[in-house]
Design a protein around this ligand. Structure first.
Ligand code: COA
Length: 439
């Protein structure tokens, strides 16, 4: 494939996301290791690019390694309890210094705008301030966390006003109190609370370790809140402490209305862009609804179904169906949709007089084959057939008989087809008739 073709395809694939993200509010949390990484300048450039595409950004940063480095210079040993810093008077000076330096660094990089841009008005204004009020974390299990704090409240109206004025809002991990104290906060908690309070469309947590992995060390691509909670149960899954905190705060944000939480490993250059502008993303997506939803098809899905099955019809794998036939039978169709694209479909036709149902027009988009989607959809259709009282399930196939055999089907004679189906059987096509007894 030529570079030009690749570009055209990539641009076409990204276009719906550019459109969908416009004017949306994203809160992006960056761990301190991100600021210290070689990729940081690229990340800031990508953030400037998102801003130029009309995405409203709130950036929340952490500075844990920077604070540790400053304490080391002063020969102070950092104190942690359960992954949380105990911030005493000596350490708060280093906290303030690290936060100040990081803030200036981010503002300076953002001031460069979208580098080499020929676009007018790419100047970026950054707004930061006392948006977060803190309160003491307190004494927990006998340990006094001193100036380590929790989020007490967020000035969400002010943040939203800044966003509406086209500023990028920069939020530090410091919380101020009405009594003049300064608290050292977890940037993960700050980001989650800000996302909840400003009613953000997305919360994105970036780090070098933030992707979530299953027991076999594979990246978990999608999670519902319920699944995420089971990961946090003791002994269920060995999440180390930072991902566990990020996961717990992500669940909270999700339960309080932030629809999508993304965990992205920023070690990969351009990871944020891949996560936001490609269908499959690169990290882990936590959402309150299952991402892949098998659902009843409706008239709006007909175009997507036709697009999915037309190449299979041309290859002779599926029998040809007109748009009108699909429209007439649309109640029989179920679809699996990802970000608005039909990536799998199947129909269940009922021969009620004979207690037989037919599974038909079963297709999975080539990009998603061999990932158990076909299996998932098939099981769903079989469950529906059982629910509707079918005793037998049939399928007609020219090239997929073994797939059905593995699901418990066996080949039967054409004569055994339900009467109505037999009348329509295409003897030239000579499909195999497969049958499964349903218990
Ligand atoms: C058949 C189809 C629906 C399976 O969906 P899928 O999501 O890729 O399947 P799953 O991930 O659940 O299962 C994958 C397994 O099925 C096997 N498989 C896929 N197509 C097969 C076929 N035509 N014959 C036999 N086995 C097949 C794969 O080799 C894989 O086996 P493995 O796990 O042993 O390696 C999909 O391949 C498809 O859309 N094919 C084109 C349309 C079609 O044939 N539809 C059926 C019309 S009757």
């Amino acid at each position: 494939m030529s570079d030009k073709q690749t570009f055209v395809e990539l641009f076409r694939d990204a276009a719906p996301y550019i459109h969908a993200h416009h004017d949306k509010r994203f809160v992006i949390q960056m761990g301190g290791e991100i600021i210290a990484s070689n990729n940081f300048q690229h990340l800031i450039h990508d953030l400037a690019l998102l801003h130029s595409l009309g995405i409203k950004l709130v950036l929340v940063f952490g500075v844990r390694p920077q604070i540790d480095a400053l304490l080391k210079e002063k020969n102070i040993t950092p104190q942690y309890c359960e992954a949380l810093r105990v911030t005493d008077e000596a350490s708060i000076t280093s906290v303030k210094q690290a936060v100040g330096e990081a803030k200036i660094q981010i503002e300076a990089l953002l001031s460069m705008g979208v580098q080499n841009s020929t676009m007018p008005r790419t100047d970026i204004t950054v707004a930061s301030g006392n948006y977060v009020t803190g309160r003491p974390y307190g004494v927990v299990n006998g340990i006094d966390f001193k100036l380590t704090g929790r989020v007490r409240s967020v000035e969400h109206d002010t943040i939203n006003k800044r966003l509406d004025s086209n500023d990028i809002v920069l939020v530090t991990p410091l919380g101020y109190s009405s009594t003049g104290e300064i608290f050292n906060l977890s940037s993960i908690e700050v980001a989650a609370q800000v996302a909840i309070k400003i009613k953000a469309d997305k919360l994105i947590m970036l780090s070098s370790v933030r992707e979530l992995k299953d027991e076999a060390d594979n990246i978990i691509r999608q999670l519902t809140c319920e699944q995420a909670k089971t990961l946090l149960e003791p002994g269920h899954y060995n999440v180390d402490e930072t991902p566990a905190t990020a996961l717990a705060q992500g669940i909270k944000a999700c339960e309080f209305g932030v629809e999508r939480i993304h965990y992205v490993n920023n070690e990969v250059d351009g990871a944020l862009l891949q996560e936001l502008f490609t269908r499959d993303g690169i990290g882990t997506l936590l959402s309150s609804m299952p991402f892949d939803m098998v659902r009843q098809a409706n008239a709006n899905d007909i175009g997507g179904i036709c697009e999915l099955i037309s190449p299979l019809e041309q290859e002779g794998i599926l029998i040809k169906r007109t748009r009108e036939t699909i429209e007439a039978d649309i109640q029989d169709y179920k679809v699996l949709v990802r970000d608005g694209t039909v990536i799998a479909c199947a129909a269940l036709h009922n021969y009620a007089d004979e207690h037989i149902m037919e599974i038909a027009c079963m297709a999975v988009h080539p990009d998603y084959q061999n990932q158990s989607m076909g299996d998932k959809l098939y099981k769903y259709m079989e469950m529906l057939a059982v629910e509707k009282g079918a005793k037998e399930l049939i399928a007609l196939t020219t090239q997929t008989s073994h797939w059905f055999i593995e699901k418990g089907f066996a080949e039967i004679a054409t004569e055994s087809l339900p009467v109505k189906k037999k009348e329509l059987y295409d003897y030239q096509r000579n499909s195999k008739v497969m049958l499964k007894q349903l218990n």
